[in-house]
Design a protein. Structure first.
Length: 435
């Protein structure tokens, strides 16, 4: 590429939106609205997403524009007008910062209590930067990988991209990771995540992953890397200075018998359409690594079965395994993107009916709750009661996995917390006090 970092990344600061030439089509009022929202929620774009993925003739309705740029509906009407009034009245930086801080706190920054609940212990002390929620899989948040090549407006990890350090997840070094996993032979999967761990240099990533070539960590068979770089910065795998080194790292791991899974985040088929992403996909495949795909279902971006079925078909054609469809978590800008559970299920079912079995590997729609990943399997009637049929794909207690259970049907429900048990029960089976 030969471009410096400054040239590649467009500014995070809202007042510099105007440096993106394509935004000239919006008037001042629209730009100011974006600026108000960007005080609260993170914004970051780069030349690739702006020039290659957004169809500017369709903006602001273009799905990738909606995925990247702030919109007033991301805040409640009350929060938005409060902040806009403050800014327009020329309030001091401190006053604005205080208001912003309070609004962020009211946006449910830590859904599912994952920060408090899932940090494991090593000799009695917390191993910050790890999460061990499901028996077989440990999540690792390397310190240098807690940013992304651009930011998704719907991101549930948004608090770590804004400056309040109290909202950030703490981070570990590789020595603690290795020590913890040596003692946990039940762990078969390491999931390196962020942010986007592929914002790290290959050299740094290798310091975390090369220890897994050793025989003391042979039980960790699967090394997963959660990333949106295929969408946001595919040159990471093709032409960045250390792209070849990254391919060599994948090869070292696959040659040592590890399964390397790139857990790719794709929201829309347009992200699969450029020459560089296709080149990146085939380079990854040539290392023996596999790519699996996951995405939330989101209003304004992909709430249409035709988008999902064409995305899954294209992924299968390119050698990517469709893996998860998520329901967006109840945090941050979700008010703009959420849809009812009934609609999410309809999108999933219609999409899955229009693809062959090779693309029906996608599971969902799935809600990541503090108890586990709950899949909405269908809507049916039991006796005379209309119900959602639910089951855990993943659970804090492995005994709960794939036990079907029912919730009262509710056409307005958009998250698990909105649901009540069916059949007059007071609690769901996994909420009963254990005897
Ligand atoms: C989704 C998830 C995993 C991985 O689950 P799989 O079903 O094995 O893909 C692991 N840990 C946490 C906390 C998760 O949310
Ligand atoms: S790439 Fe992932 S972590 Fe980064 S902003 Fe998007 S959803 Fe969030």
């Amino acid at each position: 590429m030969g471009q410096s970092m400054e040239a590649r990344y467009l500014p995070i600061l809202p007042r510099e939106f105007r440096s993106i030439p394509q935004l000239a089509k919006f008037d001042d009022a629209a730009l100011n609205e974006m600026g108000v929202v960007a005080r609260v929620l993170p914004f970051k774009a780069n030349h690739y997403v702006v020039n290659e993925l957004i169809d500017w003739d369709k903006a602001p309705d273009d799905p990738i524009f909606a995925l990247l740029f702030p919109h007033r509906e991301m805040l409640s009407a009350r929060h938005f007008s409060e902040l806009q009034t403050l800014i327009q009245a020329g309030a001091s930086d401190d006053q604005v910062r205080l208001a912003v801080h309070r609004i962020r706190r009211e946006l449910n920054p830590h859904p599912g209590e994952q920060v408090q609940n899932n940090v494991p212990l090593l000799d009695g002390s917390r191993v910050e930067g790890l999460q061990h929620k499901y028996r077989e899989t440990v999540l690792f948040f390397p310190k240098a990988g807690q940013t992304c090549h651009a930011y998704c407006t719907f991101c549930f990890r948004w608090p770590q991209f804004v400056e309040d350090s109290s909202m950030r997840m703490a981070l570990a070094d590789s020595e603690m990771l290795v020590q913890y996993l040596r003692r946990h032979e039940e762990v078969t999967d390491l999931l390196v995540t962020g942010g986007d761990p592929l914002t790290m240099t290959t050299r740094r990533l290798a310091t975390y992953l090369d220890p897994f070539l050793g025989s003391d960590l042979e039980h960790v068979q699967n090394i997963r890397i959660g990333t949106k770089a295929l969408s946001f910065w595919p040159s990471r795998f093709v032409s960045d200075d250390d792209a070849d080194d990254l391919m060599r790292l994948f090869e070292r791991l696959t040659s040592a018998g590890r399964h390397v899974a790139v857990m790719a985040h794709f929201n829309h088929p347009v992200e699969l359409s450029t020459n560089v992403v296709r080149r990146a996909i085939s380079r990854i495949a040539s290392t023996g690594a596999q790519i699996r795909s996951q995405s939330p279902v989101l209003r304004h971006i992909n709430d249409d079965p035709a988008i999902w079925s064409s995305m899954w078909k294209e992924q299968v054609r390119l050698g990517i395994h469709p893996y998860y469809m998520f329901v967006a978590r109840d945090t941050g800008a979700r008010r703009r993107f959420d849809l009812s559970l009934e609609r999410a299920l309809q999108v999933y079912q219609e999409a899955v009916r229009n693809v062959s079995g090779l693309a029906r590997t996608a599971r969902g729609p799935s809600m990541s709750t503090s108890a586990g990943k709950i899949e909405i399997q269908g809507i049916t009637t039991v006796g005379r009661e209309k119900v959602f049929l639910l089951s855990f794909i993943q659970a804090r207690n492995p005994e709960w996995v794939r036990q079907p259970f029912f919730a009262q049907f509710d056409e307005n429900a958009s998250w698990f917390d909105d649901l009540k048990p069916a059949g007059g029960e007071r609690q769901f089976f996994f909420q009963m006090p254990s005897s």
